[in-house]
Design a protein around this ligand. Sequence first.
Ligand SMILES: C[S@@+](CC[C@H](N)C(=O)[O-])C[C@H]1O[C@@H](n2cnc3c(N)ncnc32)[C@H](O)[C@@H]1O
Length: 355
Amino acid sequence: MRSVHKGVMVDVDRGTPITDWWTDIKVPTGPRNKEKSGYPTQKPLALLERIITVSSNPGDLVLDVFAGSGTTLLAAQKLGRRFVGADINLAAIQTTTKRLLGAKNPTQPDLDDEEDASVSDGCGFEIYNVNHYDIFRNPVEAKELLIEALEVQKLEFSTVFDGEKDGRMVKIMPVNRITTRADLNELIAGFDYKAWERKQNENPNRPVEKISLVCMGHEPDLAAQLELAAKPFKIEVEVVDILRDKANLEFKRDSEAKVSIKKGELVIAKFYPMNLLQKLSIQKESVEDWRELVESVLIDWNYDGAVLQPAVLDIPGKDDLVKGVYKVPDDAGTIRVKITDLLSESWEGSVSNGD
Ligand SMILES: C[S@@+](CC[C@H](N)C(=O)[O-])C[C@H]1O[C@@H](n2cnc3c(N)ncnc32)[C@H](O)[C@@H]1O
């Protein structure tokens, strides 16, 4: 326990002032260390506890937008602070979820129990998928996938553009993040002013170029910024935001699952995490026990159609498997099941009590 007295941080337990060079907190190491989550950049819990203790009060809101393994959130939870965390990496969200769920009592987690957090009731936090930046696992392949999915004609002689479609020049912008004005620089540097001059002389009233920018989210004035940079030439820019329009695109193979209610029990009969199987070069037919490919099963017995609030959290320890069969409570309504595989990719589906 630490507190600040007259501008000096004091370790209350030991009564010694803490200097600005913190050497008393050690990074969790060793294979048997229970604090270790396996996340490569994990920070010591004691470090985050100290920072949160001296800089906030119980009930305050702690925000960590680069949550990683969730150390900040765990410390916040332990110290009775509310918290919001975010991470772009699915595995980070999964590790964080596991660690937070490991705390049986939300205000006083017991890390020693982290390993045996198999099935517990309620969890005191919710998980939202606020964007879909996980569309592309491999940004290098992304361009090829997009060109194929959008049916873009590749250009024989490469220019700054990636292809052509319906008379428009297509540029695939960086994937897995929003496109900003700075991302247009390469394109602007490659503008072919000589060709534009010729086109303008031929057809003075027509735009000299029609351009489609393919991106995953963008600054609101992106098209206008590019049109402005082309002055005095007139170009026409459209922005194709694949996060918004992604219903029409299919890149990843979705996972499949067979879930049903039998004699008052929810039974997961089959689960095929297609990307994982592809990575392991395993055929669907060769999966003997689907549970070996699964990291967790979460079940919300009364799904509100928006946020998964799981009452069942089946997260086995390293050497155990999920149960796969769960007793359905009497008051169950729309049941939502979330099965997460070893790549932290999830299948989610609803089952009605009566199916
Ligand atoms: C150094 S780690 C944080 C470690 C954390 N303090 C812990 O104790 O585990 C940084 C995290 O930031 C995440 N990250 C990087 N860029 C991000 C972005 N643009 N949005 C959200 N998270 C991001 C990474 O996925 C990584 O998990």
